[in-house]
Design a protein around this ligand. Structure first.
Ligand code: ZN
Length: 254
């Protein structure tokens, strides 16, 4: 297994953000060619470059789980549960994505193991709907996982919840994350629920693209943020005729 894993999530058809994350990762000295890329779902939906994002992940041999937007685009879940804005983006995406890319999206698993990590989009018991938004949900997610560490996306907010030990009864607590800080993490000694944040549509008030590096030699996780050409991305979304809010929200990270 590679020393470094690049964890990404919620790209949502934002190619410029994805490209910038890969560039930033390499610019910090991480070797992309000898890293494992794990994508925690929602490759498409909302953004204007869904097929290009699929192609980029394919070129990286990224290990990818299916998100609720990916599932909606391939018809695996009904769009009836989506808000009107998300629904119209799903319909637009269905018309745009090449059929070979639809096949790839449809082939994605709902869950996969990457070493000690249980990788899902939402949560282990409900990969498409459940949001891990606090210590209670994080504790339940790890209780329901076959691993002691859960990696997920879906909230579009970077997060680290953990216990002091692997003791099954111990509750997870929320930790403050600072971009660039090296956080010592040991999945064999702690129960963990981790979210790298969103590449293509951050919702924590910071519009910069988010990603997470796992260093299995040093037992460290590092959350990073990087600026990308937001105005260009907004122009792509508006030119595609997608709802304007999908463009405007990128500037504020909400
Ligand atoms: Zn998402």
């Amino acid at each position: 297994m590679d020393r470094f894993t690049l964890f990404i999530a919620d790209i949502h058809g934002n190619l410029l953000a994805l490209e910038k994350v890969l560039e930033d990762y390499q610019g910090r000295g991480f070797p992309l060619e000898s890293s494992t890329v794990v994508c925690l779902g929602d490759v498409v939906g909302y953004g204007a470059r869904p097929s290009a994002c699929v192609e980029r992940l394919q070129s990286l041999d990224a290990i990818t789980v299916m998100g609720n937007h990916d599932a909606a685009v391939v018809g695996e879940v009904s769009v009836e549960w989506f808000n009107p804005m998300a629904r119209s983006a799903v319909r637009w995406t269905r018309e745009q994505v090449k059929s070979a890319h639809v096949d790839w999206l449809a082939s994605l698993p709902r869950q996969l193991d990457h070493g000690a990590f249980d990788c899902v989009h939402g949560s282990p018991s409900d990969p498409f709907s459940e949001y891990i938004t606090g210590p209670l949900e994080a504790t339940r997610a790890v209780d329901e996982s076959h691993q002691s560490a859960v990696m997920s996306g879906h909230t579009h907010i970077p997060a680290l919840y953990r216990s002091r030990s692997t003791d099954g009864s111990s509750r997870l607590t929320d930790e403050t994350l600072n971009p660039g800080e090296h956080v010592p993490v040991d999945p064999s000694q702690q129960r963990l629920a981790v979210n790298p944040g969103s590449v293509g549509q951050p919702r924590d008030g910071d519009p910069r693209a988010a990603y997470l590096v796992w260093d299995r030699d040093q037992y460290e996780m590092i959350w990073y943020r990087t600026s990308y050409p937001i105005e260009e991305t907004q122009r792509e979304i508006r030119e595609a005729g997608l709802p304007d809010r999908l463009a405007s929200r990128l500037a504020v990270g909400s």
